[in-house]
Ligand binder design. Sequence first.
Ligand code: AMP
Length: 545
Amino acid sequence: MQGLIMDYPLTIQHLLERTHRLYGKKEIVSWLPNGFHRYTYADFYRRVQRLANVLQRLGVRKGDRVGTFAWNHYRHLELYFAITCTGAVLHTVNIRLFPEQIAYILNHAEDTVLFFDESLASILEGIQGELKTVQHFVAMGEGTTPPETSLRPVHSYEALLAEASPEYRWPRLDEYDAAGICYTSGTTGHPKGVVYSHRAIFLHSLALTGVDCIGVSERETIMPVVPMFHVNAWGLPFSAAMVGSKQVFPGPHMKPEELAYLIQNERVTLAAGVPTLWIGIQQVLEKGGYDVSSLHTILSGGSAVPRSLLETFERRWGIQIIHAWGMTEMTPVGTVSRLKSYMHTWTEEERFAVRAKQGFMVPGVELTAIDETGKEVPWDGKTPGELLVRGPWIARAYYKDPDSEEKFAGGWLHTGDVVTIDSEGYIQIVDRVKDLVKSGGEWISSVDLETAIMAHPKVLEAAVIAIPHPKWQERPLACVVPKPEYRGELSKEEILAFLQDKFARWWLPDDVVFIAEIPKTSVGKFDKKVLRQQFANYTLPGQEG
Ligand code: AMP
């Protein structure tokens, strides 16, 4: 017997029409190179309809990939909805990749039209000769004439919109139709394409509104600092538009002072970005001068949030950092660390220990962890295993990449993250499989060491990498960036003494080096591949000669 419920497709059109009907008065604010831009969801909707006609005029058909090469701002949001709701595929290109990688993914995705910020034109000009499929470039800027550029043929976004017809009827789409494509910021080999369906984005947007998840709601003023080219700004712009949250976009203004200013002036209540961003903002807030009292929640993830960061934001400014974990392959949210009701009576120490973990699976996501023999590890908070996930917004294959089948073996996504899962279901990322330090046949978690070192009051950032060792196979090396005021004043002995009572002796790094900066990936995570290259010939103390 079958259920007797309507066959109603879960598409992004529903999100857009809901915004249009209910939230026309709510505001979208963008900080562009020439100043602030403000308008309402009603204005937004009218322009999305015009933009849909523009796409049609440029020859975009159902299933075609349309690229965006832009910072976070309202025009980018218009593209999020116009491209997907007309049945084309939104391809958000990471502006911080190396030019060769940008050319590779534009060719691999076969984008036919590319929308770009005028300020980023020079990057595209440099690779124009290599682009095989782009038929139109559209420049996003204030004027109605395209900028001086060698890109051809080039149009002005504002001119195209002004000329377009104001009405558009959305075509009927299937919920399994492709809506977006993002490439992983993978550290090995070519980036891999993840294709999101309408259904995945719909369900993910809904999940983010859960109060035990992120709690995206009409009441919130949301500032996605996480780039709109990094897994659709973690899906926040879609979810926020669906429920009519005021959205605040920083454009290219990514300096900590500028973001603190935006939080203050726009009364942001919920902001999202990688931990390194909040480490920078913490420095600015400590100097004083900004009123960030409106901000009650920060969503952070993408790499481990140091517990010391959670504690500082909560104690100093009453701001709760919600630690979450996800992947490009997961639209991206998988787990969120929120306390269960009965944990609120636990000691502060215990509560921070739980919140510093990556959290439990959000409704819709299923997870488990397996050991090297493929056996599920117990949920005891101690036994490490590789994390496997499955669910309605998790990729089942990469785009045009038959060689990665083992990554999706058995109907699970094999994440490459090593975790423990405790009896309450909270996962803790111990490491990436390839970042673990293997010492004498045992694993040392580089992430645990890093987060502990970053709790030292004189430390700004720290990353731990494995150095080959003749006896132990590998040993940990700590690379530490002191806070500016302590440069030259922090010693290896101080760091090791600080770690001594927190770890078994054999876990302690064999050496500590002080460096000016930890190299970062295009999305702001520690880039251990580059760090490993920098220290490729490093000799640990006692191994000289
Ligand atoms: P990406 O696809 O670029 O978003 O990268 C996904 C990877 O980032 C995951 O597989 C993890 O290794 C890492 N990651 C994401 N969130 C966290 C987190 N909260 N803590 C530690 N690692 C994280």
